[in-house]
Write a protein that binds this ligand. Sequence first.
Ligand code: ADP
Ligand code: MG
Length: 448
Amino acid sequence: MNEMKINSYLRVLRRSFDITYRDIEAIIADFHAEMARGLKGEGGSLKMLPAFVDVARGSESGTFIALDLGGTNFRVLQVSLNGKGRAKVEHTEKFVIPKSVMRGTGAGLFNFIARSIQRFLIGHVDPKGKRRLGFAFSFPIRQEHIASGILINWTKGFTATGVVGGDVVKLLGRSLEDYGIRNVEITALANDTVGTLAAKSYEDPTCDIGVIFGTGTNACYRERLANIKKIGPRACGGSKRMIINIEWGNFNGFMTSEFDRMLDESSNNPGKQIMEKMISGMYLGELVRLVISDMIRKKLIFKGRKAGFFRDGFTTEHMSQIEDDRSRGMKMAGRYLETIGVKKANADDLRVLKRVCRVVSRRAARISAASLAAVVTWMDPGVRRRHTVGIDGTLYERYPGFRRTIRSVLGGLFGERKKNIRLVHAKDGSGIGVAVVAAVAARNAGQN
Ligand code: ADP
Ligand code: MG
């Protein structure tokens, strides 16, 4: 009896999370229309931000410090480029950004970054030597130049005050000065997607798309200068192309479910980043939690417990572990849940939970594939050329079945021609890549 009710609930849920091929065709058309608007500067959901840099040639060289400010982690790296397409991470250190810093003042955030750089320099590098620094900043920035950028708005739970509308290079520069770090010059600022594309393009000239599936999601690609109507004729280091940061997390041409609407309303940026809220690591766990709470209220799972029992701390990482547990008893998954206070879940409940995770993660992967297909066909409608896609982010790296679903949708859309789209994992691509961007900027400025 209960089994039937559960199945019928899941059937309805699946329907409201379904993305059919017909939906995907419509998404692609809509995506293209929004890309065109964004390039002309006519507004719309896609900001289409020019990065003022093109991909690497592979001949750039030098040693650079790179900062990678994601949504969860902050990394400092020293990267050396050998001039023959090989980038080497010489040192790297990871810092976790405390929530209080993400949501405090801008000065607090940039001081935290400056302190981390100081620790890194003392720990790994000659702290007095002159250094050029590339900053991978994974939030929407309006640029006029490769070494500056105005923050348009925060995403992914950041709210640090006094930063929106300001130049993040200047703000970081000020904090570096306050900490007495005078030997480091910030020579490049790039979105993390741009870094990821630059990193892969350094070793592979067919790479023309960069994607992030991490705390948030976003993508960038190479666009012809002539198509970037909103900035007029512009030189880009002798290249006829420039990288465009799509900011695709803000796309909103989807049918949403009641759970998406609940999540959006309780977020700190309602109405914004709708696609990001359906795809990325910061939100998938919360979507599952909302569904499960509803099922508890309807007495379909975790019987005899209150809805609040499945409350805090359920994340995308838990989903990933649950989907990874292929055993019937699901003991491993059960143990993971114990750590967030979900005690003594029985195997039946765990299997239902897993089915809910699957519905949510599968939709995320199908939307991801649709968006990727939109970018590829924008550049190359017949998918005739080879496109290598550099992808960074823990969701892509670790979520079971995520890549497989993306590949299978690309196959469904393009048949044999899907071979022309090569998805490659660019581990730490954003950090390595922003060093590459700094090197490209140095080359363009005639320093290398
Ligand atoms: P960032 O986006 O901050 O640069 P990452 O690419 O490492 O950082 O992504 C972090 C996100 O990955 C977190 O929001 C988390 O939800 C998700 N995540 C962490 N571990 C896993 C995992 N094992 N499987 C899937 N997603 C994970
Ligand atoms: Mg990242």
